[in-house]
Design a protein. Structure first.
Lengths: 505, 163
């Protein structure tokens, strides 16, 4: 078993350590950070925007580059959070609390370094866990029938909802809306073109890139522009020393270890991952006793940066596990990865590991390389990212609109997608106005056809008997877990805690 | 006393109910089938009904919510909405043309200028010189990155020049 792990990793590193693939990993990290640093652009929008850049590449290189983009976007988001007090994505919401305070005290350098080093360590551990668990979990996956898959997706969707901020009911409704939108287009079983209104382009379904860019790209830009540009303090001038002091290191290390452990565990949960782990890690740090002379939390404690960032990154890494072994995306970013894989004719799932081992292990190895590159790239280049932050928004947003438009058009080289993204931009702005979070929609969109297909097969095998979902033990267990999750979050005491946690920003 | 306690809840619920209902009604035009033999209408009908019911529940929440402020929707940002979406649509028209209306394709470079100028109108500050410089930079960068480096297929110049 151990030997197998090393053999597999060796295979992976053999694939990843070619000049070409290293270059793509590097470019991915660079581009991801570049876009991710921009305020108001989260990882979902970044990946959607940069996805077209990978179309022309061979599948392995494309996935390696996308992985790089993802890590870059995450790291760029933390940089923005620390320096501008603006979380680019939900999981850096907690980093903002202490990170920004550190920046205000002239300690932006150590804060950024703590985030970077914490993320790197967590990324290494996460990659190892992923490599170790991938093979046995794939074995389990082969035992899954359609009923189990359906129940697993229900669990995943419920998990995603529980972790979303805001109203539970609205989040469930958004998932179902996403599932329905995912059904638009030709039904694979009957050949009927559903909800396509005799428009030939709609028979192929609504592209997830169109929805992601319209809702996450345009919708956000319009909402950003509707508030008058508030005076944001950017701490750019006083970054003199980057490296944390000895004292900082002493405090950081245990926090990073705790964050990593927590993040790795929570990341595996379907629907879990970055957001929950960052919140949990921060609250654990907050509960531990302050050493004499330590800065209190909320006023620039380095542990408040290191722990959530480590947890966040470990979770990001291990959230690849359900995707790669079961083919089920646990969060919107992974949903985009599924889309990217299908564009390159790879159907994510347990069969990838056996049918395409170079791709599977190469991707895992390049995750580690991506993490390494981030730390090599970002600490020395921090000056450039900071310059980017001082670019006024009025120059940035037309560029973002352009990249979205170009990206959408080049997906199919068709102006139809450009009209569609305009429509979803309006819809996305509507979502923001109505106070509904769009992330669950994207998950539903990807899972819609998969859920229908598995439900259809499960019911076909049971001759229409719905009880098959609860009489098969694995399936029943997964559904019970979903139910348990729902009950837990609706318990009054947890409910108020949850609301408190999401209001903390 | 206001009748709607939370506008955001009420109207989002309304949206879910209408959209869910529309999907469910649409599903009835396809073959529904039975559980054992699900037709193309089965799953969307099921989901549409659930969505409509959830929407009704959310609307109800909007009526009994304890939000003091009324959770108002607030004003619409018409200006950014119009110019951002307009910029995107103009980009599509300039890039690909509208054959049905006889509008010729003007190509990528013209589309970038059109998009940048229109989108910039969405902001509070609009300085034409600055915007033109930005558009030129974006055009050069896009040409280099998308056309030369990534080899994406674009019509770069207007159709009447390239023929």
């Amino acid at each position: 078993m151990e030997f197998e792990l090393f053999n597999n990793l060796a295979l992976g590193f053999g694939v990843a350590f070619t000049f070409q693939n290293l270059l793509y990993a590097f470019i991915g990290c660079l581009l991801g950070t570049l876009i991710g640093v921009l305020p108001g652009v989260g990882p979902v929008a970044t990946i959607a925007m940069l996805l077209p850049a990978t179309y022309a590449l061979p599948p392995v290189a494309a996935l390696i580059m996308l992985g790089g983009i993802y890590y870059g976007a995450q790291y760029g988001g933390s940089t923005t959070a620390i320096l501008v007090n603006l979380p680019g994505e939900s999981s850096s919401v907690v980093t903002v609390i202490d990170g920004y305070q550190m920046a205000r005290k002239g300690r932006a350098g150590p804060a950024l370094a703590a985030a970077g080093m914490g993320s790197f360590f967590a990324g290494c551990v996460g990659t190892l866990i992923l490599a170790a668990f991938a093979a046995p979990l794939t074995e389990v996956a082969f035992k899954f029938g359609p009923a189990e898959y359906f129940s697993l997706m229900v669990l995943g969707l419920i998990g995603a909802v529980v972790l979303a901020s805001g109203s539970l009911l609205k989040a469930v409704a958004m998932i179902i809306l996403g599932l329905l939108l995912g059904l638009v287009g030709t039904d694979v079983n009957s050949g009927v073109a559903r909800y396509s209104f005799d428009i030939p382009e709609l028979t192929d379904g609504i592209g997830f890139i169109v929805i992601a860019m319209g809702v996450f790209g345009y919708g956000e830009i319009i909402a950003n522009l509707s508030h008058p540009e508030d005076k944001r303090e950017v701490f750019t001038s006083n970054i003199t020393h980057i490296y944390p002091s000895k004292e900082d290191f002493k405090r950081m290390v245990p926090a990073v270890l705790r964050g990593t452990a927590l993040g790795s565990m929570l990341g595996i949960l379907p629907g879990g991952g970055a957001l929950l782990s960052a919140f949990a890690a921060y609250s654990i740090e907050k509960k531990t006793k302050l050493k004499p002379g330590e800065v209190p939390f909320g006023q620039g404690n380095i542990r408040g940066v290191a722990a959530p960032e480590a947890a966040n990154n470990a979770g990001a890494q291990t959230s690849f596990i359900p995707l790669l072994t079961l083919g089920i995306p646990p969060n919107p970013v992974m949903a985009l990865m599924v889309g990217a894989m299908t564009i390159h004719n790879i159907q994510p799932g347990p069969q990838v590991m056996t049918s395409n081992p170079e791709l599977f292990w190469g991707l895992i190895a390049s995750m580690w390389i991506g993490n390494l590159m981030l730390i090599v790239l970002n600490l020395p280049l921090i000056g450039i990212w900071i310059k980017l932050l001082s670019v006024p928004y009025r120059w940035l947003f037309p560029a973002i609109v352009l990249f979205c438009a170009v990206g959408v058009y080049s997906t199919n080289n068709n102006t139809w997608d450009v009209w569609m993204v305009a429509m979803f931009g309006v819809i996305g702005y509507g979502f923001i106005k109505l106070g509904v979070e769009p992330a669950p929609l994207l998950l539903g969109l990807i899972l819609g056809p998969m859920m229908e297909e598995n439900l259809r097969r499960a019911l076909l095998l049971s001759r229409g008997d719905w009880s098959v979902l609860v009489t098969r033990p694995l399936s029943a267990g997964l559904l019970a877990a979903a139910l348990l999750l729902l009950i837990i979050v609706t318990l009054p005491s947890i409910k108020s805690k949850r609301e408190e946690a999401f209001v903390e920003d | 006393m206001r009748f709607i306690k939370s506008e955001k809840d009420f109207y989002s619920g309304l949206m879910f109910t209408i959209v869910g209902g529309a999907f469910a009604i649409g599903a009835t035009t396809y073959n529904i089938g039975t559980g054992a033999r699900m037709g193309p209408g089965y799953f969307p009908l099921l989901l549409g009904i659930i969505l409509a019911a959830l929407g009704a529940l959310i609307m109800f929440q909007g009526l009994v919510s304890k939000a003091e402020t009324g959770d108002k929707l607030g004003g619409m940002a018409w200006r950014p909405l119009f110019y951002i979406i307009g910029a995107n649509v103009l980009f599509g028209i300039l890039l690909g043309g509208l054959p049905k209306l006889g509008i010729p394709a003007m190509g990528l470079i013209a589309a970038i200028y059109g998009l940048t100028i229109t989108a910039s109108l969405a902001g509070d500050v609009f300085k034409l010189r600055e915007v033109l410089i930005l558009a030129t930079i974006l055009a050069v960068v896009s040409y280099g990155a998308f056309v030369k480096l990534l080899n994406l297929q674009f019509q770069v110049w207007p159709a009447f020049i390239t023929g």
